[in-house]
Design a protein around this ligand. Structure first.
Ligand code: HSE
Length: 334
């Protein structure tokens, strides 16, 4: 049993989706993060020796991190400072488990990209540990535990990346805790384009730009758009979806984070996108398109605009809304 290794993949996610700050998100097919879990001899003694000599966090009693690839050595190796480590420990605690677990993380998502990287690692960790234990925990438990990783990574336990990373599809978070997640229908053909400019934005910094209050007129417009988007998804009404893809709350306050944001959005819509907005807290931008053919045109236009406005080497993804979220896979090669 000690040699058994279970690996889970969790996909990139687009959160907010323009009018659904902290409450809407959808999953992409790829890229994503992978987390492998295996049993190890547990207890505080062997794990506490891993703590960094400076400002050592309180070690997690049952989780350690063996290895992280794909992050250029930038993510914390101490489990107590790592989103996957904290999420895994939350699940072990909630299940009353006493065995120790070691994690290996293969980062497929760029850091601080707005693609839900911390959520993907946390989601993959809870799915891998759940399978290792044969626990079959309810998805609400997995969401609650993965949210602890998100709280560490983003400074806030919002579920608009965690829920689609675990459940797949296009979801509405009616409430994060305890989770009340509503799966929305996805019209045939709906295709996402995501362009990641060569920039990094910490979610905690982007959230600090929002302040605590919004003008009532902006809130009214936002919830009208949110209702319209949900209705448009149910009716497969692309014209209504297009009208609803507007953010009056978060994006205006974060616009300075992405040079040329309005020009990039304009390029997407002129190329045929239904709408375009920041993916999560940015810097990535997403566009929704009525079909894959349009998405290819939009992806080219957005990539050109991002190169012109931001410079650097953007990464571009075209994906359907992935129906499946985090799942058990064979481990990645790296
Ligand atoms: N809803 C979150 C935000 C997503 O916009 O801050 C980023 O994690």
């Amino acid at each position: 049993m000690a040699d058994r290794v279970v690996t889970a993949f969790a996909p990139a996610t687009v959160s907010n989706v323009a009018c659904g700050f902290d409450v809407l998100g959808f999953a992409l097919e790829a890229p994503g993060d992978e987390v492998s879990a295996r049993f190890v001899e547990g207890g505080r003694e062997p794990f506490s020796s891993e703590a960094s000599p400076k400002r050592a966090p309180v070690p997690l009693p049952l989780v350690r991190i063996d290895d992280i690839t794909g992050d250029d050595g930038r993510l914390p190796r101490e489990a107590a400072r790592n989103t996957a480590g904290v999420a895994a420990q939350a699940l072990l605690t909630s299940l009353g488990e006493r065995r120790g677990v070691a994690l290996s993380i293969c980062k497929g998502l760029p850091l601080s990209s707005g693609l839900g990287g911390s959520a993907a690692s946390a989601a993959a960790a809870v799915v891998a540990v759940d399978a290792l234990l044969d626990a079959h925990a309810p998805v609400e438990t997995l969401i609650t535990c993965a949210l602890e990783g998100e709280r560490l990574g983003a400074g806030s336990a919002h579920a608009d990346n965690i829920a689609p990373a675990l459940c797949g599809g296009f979801v509405l978070v009616r409430r994060a805790s305890p989770p009340d997640i509503i799966r929305l229908p996805v019209p045939a053909g709906l295709t996402a384009v995501v362009v990641h400019p060569d920039l990094e934005i910490e979610t905690s910094r982007a959230r600090a730009m929002l302040g605590d209050t919004v003008p009532l007129a902006d809130a009214i417009r936002q919830w009208a758009n949110l209702g319209a988007l949900v209705h448009g998804l149910h009716r497969a009404d692309f014209a209504l979806i297009a009208r609803a893809l507007e953010d009056t709350i978060a994006e205006p306050r974060r616009a300075s984070l992405v040079p040329g944001l309005s020009a990039i959005k304009r390029a997407a819509v002129e190329a045929g996108a239904l709408g375009c907005s920041l993916s999560g807290s940015g810097p990535s931008l997403f566009a929704l398109c009525r079909d894959a053919h349009t998405a290819a045109t939009v992806a080219a236009a957005m990539t050109t605009a991002v190169r012109a406005e931001v410079g650097g080497d953007p990464q571009t993804y075209i994906s359907s809304i992935a129906p499946q979220g985090a799942r058990i896979v064979s481990p990645c090669a790296s």
